[in-house]
Design a protein around this ligand. Sequence first.
Ligand SMILES: Cc1cc2nc3c(=O)[nH]c(=O)nc-3n(C[C@H](O)[C@H](O)[C@H](O)COP(=O)(O)OP(=O)(O)OC[C@H]3O[C@@H](n4cnc5c(N)ncnc54)[C@H](O)[C@@H]3O)c2cc1C
Length: 513
Amino acid sequence: MNNDYQAIVIGAGNGGLMTAATLAKQGIKTLMIDKHNIPGGSASSIHRGRFEFEPSLHELSNVGYDANDPNCFVRGLFAQLGADVDWCVEHTELYHLVIPEEGIDFSLSSNPEKLIMDLEKEAPGSAGPMMQMLQLGQEAAAAYAYISSKDFDPDKLDELYPHAKTMAGHSIKEVLTAIGMPERAQAIVSQYWCYLGATATEMDALTYFRMFVSYLAFGAGMPRLRSHELSLALEKVVRDNGGEVWYNTPADKILVKDGKAYGVRIGGKDYYADNIICNAYPEFAYSYLIDKEEVPEKSVKLVNARESAMNLFTVYLGMNKSDEELGLKHYTNFIMKTSDTDEQARLSSMDRANTSAVILNDLNKLVPDCTPEGTCFLFLTGFSFGHAWDSITPEEHQKEKERAAEVMIRRCEEALGIEIMPYIEEIEIASPVTFARFLGTPNGTPYGYKMNKWDNYIQREVDRDADLKTIDKLDFVGAATRVGDGYSTTYLGGYETAIEISEALKEKGEIQR
Ligand SMILES: Cc1cc2nc3c(=O)[nH]c(=O)nc-3n(C[C@H](O)[C@H](O)[C@H](O)COP(=O)(O)OP(=O)(O)OC[C@H]3O[C@@H](n4cnc5c(N)ncnc54)[C@H](O)[C@@H]3O)c2cc1C
């Protein structure tokens, strides 16, 4: 059969974009399609009045300053592809934590010595354990890099990284307790959990410690024109290298026969390709895109066994005052009701208008000219566990979104001692229902499957070939894969998938360039 393309990528989210850009750059004849009219999935753009809101990105890890440093692999990947991005990096503090109910108001400095000293003052006895946590974090980062390298040999892991498996098999809480971290210090350093979607008793310490030291050492990245700059830069690489990009183009079907994918049906027409890469969720592909008899039972069992990660509730605010005038001092503010992360998760499943954990980002702190002079953009994010939004009617939805947004804004005002409400010029609100409709993910989660101590990066990596690679020539990329959610991970997963495909094509002598 003469194929139309060497690769068809379904979905132009982070995973799909990075895969398509890398494939095209390697000279592979690539088509990327997306059902929306712009690229990016979560990494897109919302315009309201004189503001362009950032829809999703708070902090991008592994950007740093040096494209040649393997720890700054996101900067490196974009540089390698020739994808132009004007990076800003927040590297003064990790986050500002406010828990009024427990008298906590603490900023975590990005300077490790200062962080250890400040924490010791706030929670006496924490200095030694904090140093140990940072050492373990460095080991976790090195183990991660080793596990995803070509040289990875599971039998050598213990010898090279003696604590890696223990961290992978124990929760953040278990490891912090084992190293003697006082409770108050544990509460302070565990709050990044909300970036990963599993609480301190569920999340494996390996993934968490690695992320913590990465933000500490390399800060948090943000493109000057926000996340859509990333999506547009990758899309340009696809086009500049001869790839095709079709928007407003949903995939109707992935064509599979005898366990092998061979094409995609689009608008009633079949397009044939050597490789199919799917950025839509595996549940969606198995339920709607692939003929039932071609869906391997093993894959269905795997996705059913995995738990969907949490949902988000976000409020985007264009303010008619500057952030200084509003009295905001920090880029990332974590405003929690309790330091107990399980309790935060429990409370967030009880009421749609919940404020057990809210992140307030003041984007102008990182990109001062991201809004017109004298204004600023605030980005409020809350969590939604459970099914509070499932049963809502279309009539109730708008009212409930507004109620929940107001409760969230009032909470931020009280916790930070500032006024927000009188100065709102533009507002947009996204509930889990909004995300479900836009992204097409189960319950609207942008976070894929929950990582925890029985299903985490090491386990998925060790069993890499079994993990969703059960149909020949069909790969999944994006948050709902072994790499998990987030910008850096979905980019890395997309890149690795493209390289595997291009190496296989090279071996067959089928690469043009
Ligand atoms: C509010 C919010 C805040 C976040 N904050 C951060 C953060 O600070 N740092 C961080 O690292 N991560 C953050 N994330 C998570 C991160 O954005 C996601 O994990 C990541 O963008 C997911 O990428 P993905 O490759 O899975 O693609 P997705 O964003 O899920 O996009 C998938 C694409 O596939 C398309 N598609 C689906 N089905 C089809 C079909 N049948 N045919 C054609 N196209 C289809 C969709 O239209 C979409 O464009 C946040 C997410 C949100 C929503």
